[in-house]
Design a protein around this ligand. Structure first.
Ligand code: ZN
Length: 741
């Protein structure tokens, strides 16, 4: 009994630590950066500064302890070199592996901008005993210089840094996990009430957090909706928001609740950090390439200064019009994956340089977009009235501030702008090329492995291109506006599944995110992934990317095989304890695998085997002769349903179907829960990126490179955030939040 418990605990721990073997690679942008003019380099420098300082906001959006851990790490690594610190470690009885574990923890913390994985939302703790971590920190040069300060920082973080209590293991709302988008006393119901209020007031949740307190005299809840802004004054207007809907106290009676509830709309969240963002955006203006770019930066700065989401939407409008820039950027509270309620945006910002050769391929894909959209498995009425040809470029990332770096982006996320004005796509080329090199390939046969290694990158390029452009870029939302007018022909458009007239739609104030809420992110990723799978079968698409004949067939095969395998690997991101998925894209891929399995008994096979190491293993195989006959119609049918429920705002049917395919159980073969054990035992750590650092002097920008290892990654953060004032700003923000957690 004892040993079983022990080994169980050991397995458990390995899920919550970072392996010393985690791959770290340089996000190389040197060639692209050197091709820029001095002016463009200055522009990219200030945008990078804005992005990185804004990225620190994620500390406050992740966990109560993240800000303190960040400052502690900064102070320790700033005070002495890593080799000096290693001497301290040895003197204090840490083994070499334990010291490496400290470095890996710090590197992982910096990359994720907090102690929860940006990809998977699970917590990670240092992989060495707490006592040894304490010894190292309290004997470091930082502690020698300021014993009281370091001791008190350590005291404030040591317990939460190591805690793996049920609620601490994952991000989540209420009893389900940790979040700092909500005060600790909130649950899903509070999210719903706040959403109802914000819909009514026409306030967007993207740049907000929700804190609940209690009115002692009435025992009723009081909600604070805190807007992110530099300005902290409790009164004044928010640009683009009606005065009566803005700052101050509001009484609101939600449906099914007795009596009015007090809402307070306040501002000043992350104030000092947003000041750094706005200042750098203003400095960048001087080096902007066009007047349009200047206006774009002004609107962003206005949004961050005043807390106005409408100003950010205006900035995004200028951004869409800024087509084909040499240096690209987007910045703000963008993706809602990590708000457990699915509507609040996490801060991210980037500067990237266009890669002309790859961009030419994407431009031809955009040229063919209308023709390709017609191939999708839904009637033309479900497509936007006019496809707003987006800019689609391949970029090499110079700097990405936030919790993690995606491989492609399709933004803005504002539905009204996307539907009527357009959007842009970017594929982050150097993320794909550096991140996907030489990963160990699990669960495939040897002959598949060879082809997979050869074609994974080119097939993924096709998939990312289709996913972003024609996946997220396709489909129409059916809307009834304030005047009762429909944006579709209500008499003639038929529901694709019931053949009846359309009977549901979006009402004023409702958006895809607000309607589909927590299921929305993954559902939409699933739709985009299905579009990629479905359209990669088109020879026109493959030709654009330079694949014809047998090589084109191989690309299709590897793309489908990769999706099926990803669906299996996805099990790592499912928590049986809570029944929750922790990563939107991986949940999406699991659903797709289920659809493939359901299509035909022999299309996909998943078998339990024994590996060369004698331990349980898995083989996944896909019958490539059945992709067109079996795979395509199955994915097509599923994709059409995803679209019709999305178009018609039918959250009930949509969620029902999505929950069905997301369900992980052992009821039938292939017994996913037991496969999950093997997937976990053989999982490969996700790679981390070291980014460049830029400095400016007399109008000349210098680009600094780092070694691709944990020490290099840590050094880049020490260089990037060298100011002690920044430490105080972060700690002050933490202290302001403290009563709520
Ligand atoms: Zn996507």
């Amino acid at each position: 009994m004892e040993t079983i418990l022990y080994s169980r605990r050991m397995t458990d721990l390995s899920q919550y630590t970072l392996s010393n073997e985690t791959g770290i690679c340089l996000l190389d942008c040197e060639v692209a950066f050197n091709s820029l003019t001095d002016k463009e380099q200055c522009y990219s420098h200030y945008i990078s500064q804005a992005s990185f300082s804004g990225g620190l906001i994620v500390l406050l959006q992740t966990s109560p302890e993240s800000p303190g851990i960040f400052v502690l790490l900064q102070r320790v690594f700033r005070a002495q070199s890593i080799s000096d610190l290693e001497t301290v470690a040895t003197q204090n009885g840490l083994t070499k592996e334990e010291f490496q574990a400290v470095l890996m923890y710090a590197a992982g913390f910096y990359c994720n901008m907090g102690n929860y994985k940006s990809f998977g939302d699970s917590k990670f703790i240092p992989n060495l005993p707490k006592e040894k971590m304490a010894k190292l920190i309290l004997n470091s040069a930082a502690a020698a210089a300021d014993p009281g300060g370091i001791q008190s920082l350590w005291n404030s973080v040591q317990s939460p840094m190591y805690s793996l209590e049920a609620r601490d293991k994952e991000l989540g709302l209420g009893e389900k996990g940790t979040t700092t988008y909500f005060s600790q006393n909130c649950d899903k119901r509070d999210g719903e009430i706040a959403q109802e209020f914000m819909n009514k007031m026409d306030l967007s949740p993207y740049n907000t957090r929700l804190f609940k307190t209690e009115d002692k005299s009435t025992s009723l809840p009081v909600y604070e909706i805190r807007l992110a802004s530099v300005e902290t004054a409790a009164s004044g207007d928010i640009p683009g928001v009606k005065t009566e809907n803005g700052l101050g106290e509001h009484q609101f009676t939600p449906a099914d609740v007795a009596g009015p509830i007090t809402f307070k709309v306040t501002r000043g969240d992350y104030s000092p950090l947003l000041k750094r963002v706005a200042d750098n955006l203003n400095s960048a203006k001087e080096y902007a390439a066009t007047e349009n770019e200047v206006r774009m930066l002004e609107e962003y700065a206005r949004s961050f200064t005043t807390g106005s989401l409408p100003a950010h939407k205006d900035g995004s409008r200028f951004w869409i019009k800024n087509r084909g820039p040499i240096v690209e950027t987007y910045i703000g509270f963008i993706e809602s994956y990590r708000d457990p309620y699915g509507v609040r945006g996490e801060f991210e910002g980037f500067a990237a340089v266009v890669n002309k050769k790859m961009s030419a391929k994407f431009a031809s894909l955009v040229e063919s977009a209308e023709h390709l959209l017609a191939l999708l498995p839904w009637p033309v009425e479900y497509e936007k009235d006019k496809f707003l040809r987006p800019d689609f470029t391949s970029l090499d990332v110079l700097s990405f501030g936030g919790s993690g770096i995606p491989a492609g982006i399709n933004i803005p996320n504002y539905d009204d702008i996307r539907q009527n004005e357009g959007f842009k796509n970017v594929s982050l080329g150097n993320v794909l090329t550096s991140g996907y090199k030489d990963t160990k390939i699990t669960f495939l046969d040897d002959d598949d492995k060879e082809l997979y290694i050869k074609l994974k990158l080119p097939s993924f390029e096709v998939q990312v291109g289709l996913h972003e452009l024609l996946g997220h870029g396709s489909g129409k939302l059916f809307i009834k506006d304030e005047d009762g007018k429909f944006n579709f022909d209500q008499d003639n458009v038929k529901h694709t599944e019931t053949e009846e007239k359309i009977s549901s739609w979006y009402l004023p104030g409702e958006t895809w995110d607000s309607k589909f809420s927590s299921v929305g992110s993954s559902y939409e990723e699933c739709r985009a992934e299905c579009v990629g799978l479905y359209l990669c079968l088109s020879s026109d698409v493959l030709k654009i990317f330079g694949h014809v004949g047998d090589s084109a067939d191989d690309i299709i095969y590897i793309n489908w095989l990769n999706m099926a395998r990803a669906g299996l690997l996805a099990l790592e991101f499912y928590s049986p304890e809570t029944g929750a998925w922790r990563q939107a894209h991986m949940q999406a891929r699991f659903c797709i695998l289920r659809v493939m399995l359901e299509a035909d008994e022999d299309f996909i096979s998943i078998t339990k085997t024994t590996g060369e190491d004698g331990k349980p293993d898995i083989r996944i195989k896909l019958d490539r002769t059945k992709i067109t006959k079996v795979g395509k119609p199955a994915i097509g049918k599923y994709l059409r349903k995803l679209q019709v429920y999305k178009s018609t705002a039918d959250v009930e049917e949509g969620k029902k179907m999505y929950d069905f395919y997301s369900d992980v159980n052992d009821n039938a073969k292939p017994h996913f829960l037991s496969l999950r054990e093997t997937v976990l035992a053989r999982k490969q750590p996700r790679k981390m990126f070291v980014q460049h650092h830029t400095t400016i002097q007399d109008g000349k920008v210098t680009l600094k490179n780092y070694e691709a290892n944990s020490a290099g990654l840590i050094q880049s953060f020490v260089d990037r955030f060298s100011s002690p004032e920044l430490d105080s700003e972060i700690l002050a923000l933490r202290d302001k939040d403290r009563p709520h957690f």
